[in-house]
Design a protein around this ligand. Structure first.
Ligand code: PLP
Length: 420
């Protein structure tokens, strides 16, 4: 593993120190325009150190895990299980058995909805979501409700993009069996008070699933302090590879859950009459797991840890503040959601005279990559009366100049659109 340029924890993050680690950021688009990558909430880029870890495993260690008794199988198993230890430490989980590798956040939520949900929900039980959830944290619960006769409810939002906590006392009741909530909205950037919601849910006997897809990459997460029952996230949103994610679950809850997918690795024994499921975490990792993905995720965690999550968070906050102020000065811009101090590094907005998709196309001409659309959050967009929005989202390698580029590109895009 190559060394990473670390600085003291208190020192402001200087993205220019890290940008050389990300080869793709040197990409020059048509007509010599440099890439300005502001689509990090969709997926982040990878540093050389993560790419090198992936190449290294394929070139020097690759085999299947937990099966072979040859050297390569041992080496790969050690690296794969080492990655689990890195994740455990990163989340401050009590035990490595509480870390299940999945294909991503979506897969983790579906696993819980199927395995825990099917076993625990009865007709009339309630599943509490919020109106700001990503479709990944809505659809699996709708499907669970269809299978079980449970009822899905949604905590409403305030006009300025926060959870309306005044509705909590009548929505979170003894009927609620699970609260599934995102820690950070992928559209509004709102940082939700999950540390308060979790004890409130536990007080009525409900379990809590935290969707950490937009929080774990950017903010320090301590699952023991949070006391969440489940937490999910994806590797590709935190410098890691695609195809890998994590489900954290408290041991006693995971242990009581029947397996979801059946297949190799997840069993103790199979006979012609049936099977005996294996121990944690293997019982939820049927088939060949995302071996290289998990090892790459371990390398991404090493990278993030050496940079320091609190520095990344402060850096993103500064960028968010700057973009918020600059956007607010442009006539006809509406920023969705709350003030910058209550949000992570995500800013979604609409222009009064240019459709978000058209804007994104035009921004691309100037090298600026943003996301446009409903961002897999149609109910949220409906709540705010817009079908779609444009979204800029940051990570540690984004600079203050990236925001200047974005603002300049928005102004140019607008002029161009109106000249037609
Ligand atoms: N939850 C949130 C808040 C997200 O932003 C996303 C992806 O954008 C997901 C869940 C789903 O993540 P994945 O597609 O990696 O499974």
């Amino acid at each position: 593993m190559e060394t990473i340029k670390t600085k003291s924890c208190d020192e402001e993050l200087d993205p220019s120190l890290f940008r050389p680690d990300f080869p793709i950021l040197r990409k020059v688009l048509r007509d010599g325009i440099p890439l300005v990558y502001l689509d990090n909430a969709a997926t982040t880029q990878r540093p050389r150190q993560v790419i090198a870890a992936i190449v290294d495993i394929y070139e020097h260690h690759y085999s299947n895990v937990h099966r072979g008794i040859h050297t390569l199988a041992d080496e790969t198993t050690e690296l794969y299980e080492g990655a689990r230890d890195r994740v455990r430490e990163f989340l401050n989980a009590a035990e490595r058995e509480e870390i299940v590798f999945t294909a991503g956040a979506t897969a983790g939520i579906n696993l819980v909805a199927r395995a825990w949900g099917d076993a625990n929900l009865r007709p009339g039980d309630e599943i509490l979501l919020t109106e700001m959830e990503h479709h990944s944290n809505m659809v699996p619960w709708y499907q669970l409700a269809e299978r079980t006769g449970a009822v899905v409810r949604h905590l409403p939002l305030t006009d300025d993009g926060r959870l309306d906590l005044s509705a909590l006392p009548h929505m979170l009741t003894e009927k609620t069996k699970i609260l599934a909530v995102t820690a950070v909205s992928n559209v509004l950037g709102t940082i939700n008070p999950v540390q308060d919601l979790i004890p409130a849910a536990h007080a009525v006997g409900a379990k809590v699933l935290v969707d950490g897809a937009q929080s774990v990459p950017h903010h320090r997460t301590d699952v023991q302090r949070l006391d969440a029952d489940f937490l999910v996230f994806s590797g590709h949103k935190m410098l890691g590879p695609t195809g890998v994610g994590v489900l954290y679950g408290k041991r006693e809850i995971l242990e009581a859950m029947p397996p979801f997918l059946g297949g190799g690795s997840m069993i103790h024994e199979v006979t012609l009459d049936g099977f005996v499921p294996g121990d944690l975490p293997a019982r939820f990792e049927a088939g060949t797991p995302p071996i290289v993905g998990a090892i790459g995720l371990g390398a991404a965690i090493d990278y993030l840890t050496s940079v320091g999550l609190s520095r990344i968070e402060s850096h993103e906050r500064r960028l968010t503040q700057k973009l918020y102020v600059a956007l607010a000065e442009i006539e006809g811009v509406r920023i969705l959601g709350t003030e910058p101090s209550l949000r992570g590094g995500i800013v979604s907005f609409v222009l009064n005279d240019l459709h978000a998709q058209d804007l994104a196309h035009l921004l691309d001409r100037y090298g600026v990559a943003v996301r446009a659309g409903h961002h897999c959050a149609m109910p949220l967009h409906r709540r705010y009366g817009v079908p779609t929005s444009a979204r800029a989202s940051f990570y540690l390698y984004n600079t203050s100049e990236d925001i200047d580029h974005l603002i300049d590109a928005i102004l140019r895009a607008r002029r161009l659109a109106h000249r037609k």
